[in-house]
Design a protein around this ligand. Structure first.
Ligand SMILES: CC(C)(COP(=O)(O)OP(=O)(O)OC[C@H]1O[C@@H](n2cnc3c(N)ncnc32)[C@H](O)[C@@H]1OP(=O)(O)O)[C@@H](O)C(=O)NCCC(=O)NCCS
Length: 258
């Protein structure tokens, strides 16, 4: 869980939470995912269909999904986790980081769950995924799009620290109605600031991806209760000590002047 690791999406670790476990997808998961994807609401909220009636037919066969997930599972610019409900052991959805842009240290995020909603699982799955993106991979930006008719998902993203960046007007035509899409993104600085709600806005400086200092030089330690977030502490402490030594050195040098 080192923040200064090279970004590498071929590393696909298991992410453990209290409510959910995120496990890299395998072909054995495909029949379960196929059944879960029959949930029409998912297709509506993902903007994948033009009418509800269209969603009544399965869009993929198991064989087609096997081909897709085999490709995604081996991909170097995408990590696909299945979301396992810890209380039942059931696969209830997926969480995905994709479209990795190595140069700009960014990627996209999407998530869906069927069977269990509004029980906190989606929030935790999103947090675990963001912790991996920032604390483990050292990314700087994760972005997503969410349709206007999905206030629940927008609320969850907002809670995690995603910032609303813009609106793509009339991005989707669903059942004869235009629907806007919202672009939301979270930066490493948003993520670490969110972990320290006691800090005033914009008080955190990221010295390197995952290494953060408050404006007053005090290290903004990530909350170790969030999986993977304790990793930057050593680096933050080192940066802090270097900063203190530098201040003393500057003060002494100043003493000698004039
Ligand atoms: C979006 C999704 C991942 C969220 O997961 P979840 O487990 O249902 O969400 P949680 O239970 O963690 O949190 C839901 C939050 O939304 C709130 N909420 C529920 N319905 C809401 C609504 N209509 N408007 C605003 N907020 C709403 C809940 O009160 C809760 O907030 P709180 O924790 O502050 O009380 C899940 O609902 C899902 O997969 N939905 C279908 C697919 C989808 O929309 N994917 C996203 C596409 S961009």
């Amino acid at each position: 869980m080192r923040s200064d690791r090279r970004i590498d999406f071929s590393r696909k670790p298991v992410l453990n939470g209290g409510l959910v476990t995120l496990r890299p997808v395998t072909l054995a998961d495909v029949p379960l995912l196929h059944a879960a994807l029959a949930d029409v609401e998912l297709s509506v909220l993902a903007g994948a269909i033009r009418t509800r009636a269209e969603g009544e037919q399965q869009r993929w066969t198991v064989a087609e999904l096997e081909e897709i997930y085999a490709r995604w599972g081996a991909s170097h610019d995408r990590i696909v986790w299945v979301i396992v409900d810890n209380s039942s052991g059931h696969v209830v959805g997926e969480s995905v980081l994709n479209r990795l842009d190595l140069h700009n240290r960014s990627c996209e995020f999407r998530i869906w769950m069927s069977e269990v909603r509004d029980k906190g699982l989606g929030t935790e799955a999103t947090r675990l995924t963001m912790s991996h993106a920032f604390d483990d991979q050292g990314l700087n930006r994760v972005e997503l799009e969410v349709y206007d008719f999905n206030p629940r998902a927008r609320h969850v993203y907002d809670k995690i620290g995603f910032v609303h960046e813009g609106r793509r007007r009339q991005a989707l035509l669903f059942e004869g109605q235009w629907v806007d899409a919202h672009v939301m993104a979270i930066l490493a600085s948003d993520w670490y600031e969110k972990l320290r709600p006691d800090l005033p806005s914009a008080a955190v400086t990221i010295t390197r991806p995952g290494r953060c200092l408050r404006a007053d030089g005090v290290p903004a330690f990530p909350d170790p209760s969030v999986t993977g977030a304790g990793s930057a502490c050593g680096h933050v402490l080192t940066a802090y000590l270097l900063r203190v030594l530098r201040r003393r050195w500057v003060a002494r040098a100043g003493d000698g002047v004039g």
